[in-house]
Design a protein around this ligand. Structure first.
Ligand SMILES: [Zn+2]
Length: 673
């Protein structure tokens, strides 16, 4: 399982970017403000104890419009814009080399004329195949073929490490079959969701019509009704992130017996897969869907495949399809008014299809060795701080502390870029064949992933490209991973005051590290195995603390009646809470017993907390934030910044008044790690 620093919107759209920043020669002064923090972006009229996020970022938030092609905008997007601008430069150069695969792929997206001229012709053979399905067995086989082409079908499956045997890969099967981001979109009775459902039916009707289908209105309504039945079977997000509940190892024969009405054997065989065993994440949803499919008219299942195909490939098809797709998935669901310019989508296409081929060039140009060296040291300091914190825990038994230390010692930090780059040989990229390039790339990726079955674990592998502004923790790999592009201001600035860097990238390192000790990560031992390594009493004590955090976040209400889900966001909230704690300790240790300097009237601890708040500056479009409350395991950025209210040091640094909105009495402050 993989846990990110930042969640993407659940719609299939890549987060957009627009403002371009020119490459800058390294300056001797910090990028932000005089010590690495943008003091001009503060709102000093807001008391830190009422809303620390706005105190630190209110000036920026009020003065910053979200670009028309984005659903949200903040520190991550500024760097993403820079990353894409740089990647564009790399790809523009590659484009002039007729032998460059990334250049050909980029040009094939960039040139809209052939895409428009071909119309739906490139996807017609596939659509015809869907229409030719004669029975449920051939439907199952085609649904599997669709999965290989990156088209979501009734179920999702992927290859990952076996949680209870992490030295082996295994096939995982998960619930699927929805066109909206989550079951709640079908089942919640509130007005906003009802309006989205109405828009969804109209959207499906429009796409069916554009694809030349008759009787579109009735078919769109029937498909939505079918998906609503699927949604009722789906597990909730909370249950679906539970590592124990979702670990259900079955043989293929077991699965076939539990869900006799769907030909799983044929389904897997269509992709030359004969899994001896697999992990079924949500058994009741899978068996329920299998039974539902058995009693559903074939025509309806074909419509689902047709519509998912046009959605998955919309961006590679003419604008009349792509614009209609965006109008729903981009504008209705996320509130984004405009599609991105073509070059940005072209950059993303190459990043998705051959990311490491671009990454190689990117890190050689834009990732200084000094940054890697500084990060190596920071990671060491943060891990050491975590070790000291574990020793000091009052709720944990000594035996568990010893195991926690073992786990801490087992971490592999990956910084910047992979030691071994992926080789894309065998992937065929052709000029002026965007659809074909996309299809072959998705099939190539699928084959690469299922090709892992039976092989030793690819320990060198990265699940993000160096150009990404994110980070992740992988429980089975026992690793924390930081792509090159996040190691830039405001997260990390070699010219910033150390307090700001510890509040930024230090807490990000702490966040990823702490995922391995969050409510799910802590279930995995030092070998990456899902295996309870502490006593039941330790688990009970831990649960008592995490319940307090669930309640704290449940109380946040970004819109009237719409709350943060404390249980759903718990892992991320533990990551933030513990991440800030270890980073602050590491910062203090880095001072070597000397007092922190006062800079521009601020203390070291003040700068640390301000640095943390700064990386979470972010404006959201309302629909995007609504969607995230349902689908994103991360809390909205303002509440991530406000986790400072749990720290005694924050109270000492900012002296918030009792009775302020963020004020917590000492016994209400949550301390876990
Ligand atoms: Zn996270």
């Amino acid at each position: 399982m993989k846990f990110l620093l930042l969640g993407a919107a659940a719609s299939a759209l890549v987060v957009a970017a627009s403002v371009a920043q020119a490459d800058q020669a390294p300056a001797a002064k910090p990028t932000y403000g005089s010590y690495g923090f943008d003091t001009k972006g503060m709102d000093l009229a807001v008391a830190p104890g009422d809303d620390f996020y706005l105190h630190a970022n209110g000036g920026w938030a009020g003065a910053t419009a979200i670009p028309a092609d984005k659903s949200n905008y903040g520190a991550f997007n500024v760097l993403d814009d820079l990353s894409r601008e740089r990647t564009k430069g790399i790809l523009e150069a590659a484009k002039s080399d007729p032998a460059s695969m990334i250049g050909i792929a980029y040009a094939s997206y960039l040139d809209a004329a052939p895409v428009e001229a071909k119309g739906l012709t490139p996807i017609q053979p596939w659509l015809a195949k869907i229409q030719s399905i004669k029975d449920k067995r051939s439907y199952a086989r085609l649904a599997a073929e669709a999965a290989r082409a990156g088209i979501p079908g009734p179920f999702a499956f992927y290859v990952g490490q076996d949680d209870k045997d992490p030295d082996h890969y295994i096939l995982n099967l998960r619930q699927g079959g929805l066109g909206l981001p989550d079951r709640d979109f079908y089942l919640q009775p509130d007005e906003k969701m009802a309006a989205i459902r109405t828009a969804y039916v109209a959207h499906l009707e429009q796409i069916l019509t554009l694809a030349g289908q008759s009787d579109a209105k009735r078919r769109a309504a029937a498909l939505t009704a079918f998906e609503t039945e699927v949604a009722k079977l789906h597990w909730t997000q909370v249950d679906s992130r539970d590592a124990d509940k979702t670990y259900n190892r079955m043989t293929l024969a077991d699965l076939q017996k539990a869900a006799p009405s769907f030909p799983f054997t044929d389904y897997f065989a269509a992709n030359q897969l004969q899994p001896a065993a697999l992990i079924v994440a949500q058994p009741s949803a899978i068996t329920g869907e299998a039974a539902l499919i058995a009693r559903t008219p074939l025509e309806l299942l074909k419509d689902a495949l047709l519509l998912r195909s046009l959605h998955a490939y919309a961006t590679y098809l003419p604008d009349r399809i792509a614009d209609a797709d965006f109008a729903f998935y981009g504008t209705t669901l996320s509130g984004t008014p405009q599609r991105e310019e073509r070059w940005k989508r072209a950059v993303d296409f190459v990043k998705e299809s051959m990311g490491e081929e671009v990454g190689k060039i990117y890190v050689a140009k834009y990732f200084p060795p000094e940054t890697k060296a500084a990060m190596d040291q920071l990671v060491k300091n943060v891990i050491a701080a975590m070790g000291r914190r574990i020793d000091g825990l009052s709720w944990m038994s000594d035996a568990a502390k010893a195991r926690a230390h073992k786990k801490l010692a087992a971490f592999t930090p990956k910084i910047g870029y992979p030691e071994k780059w992926r080789d894309y040989s065998g992937l065929i990229v052709k000029p002026a064949d965007l659809f074909g390039n996309a299809l072959r790339s998705k099939q190539y990726e699928f084959d690469y992933q299922v090709g892992k079955l039976g092989k030793p674990i690819y320990r060198w592998e990265w699940q993000m490209t160096p150009m990404e502004i994110n980070a992740y923790a992988d429980f089975s790999m026992v690793e924390i991973v930081f792509p090159a592009a996040i190691l830039q201001p405001p997260f990390f600035d070699p010219h910033a005051d150390p307090a700001v860097n510890y509040g930024g990238i230090g807490a990000v390192i702490g966040h990823e590290l702490s995922h391995h000790f969050d409510d799910q990560g802590a279930k995995y031992d030092e070998t990456g195995k899902l295996n309870q390594w502490w006593s039941d009493a330790d688990v009970v004590a831990f649960k008592g603390l995490t319940d307090k955090l669930v309640k704290q976040y449940d109380a946040y209400e970004p819109f009237p009646g719409a709350h943060v889900k404390g249980a759903f966001t718990l892992g991320e909230n533990i990551g933030d809470l513990a991440g800030v704690a270890v980073a602050l300790d590491a910062y203090h240790a880095s001072l070597g017993g000397k007092p922190a300097p006062v800079i521009d009237g601020t203390t070291g601890d003040q700068r640390f907390f301000l640095g943390w708040a700064q990386v979470w500056r972010r404006n959201y479009r309302e629909p995007n934030l609504h969607q995230r409350l349902v689908t994103d395991p991360h809390s909205p950025s303002q509440y991530r910044a406000d986790t400072v209210r749990n720290f005694d040091q924050w109270y000492a640094a900012f002296k918030p008044a009792q009775g302020g909105k963020l004020y917590l009495a000492p016994q209400e402050r949550v301390k876990i790690w």
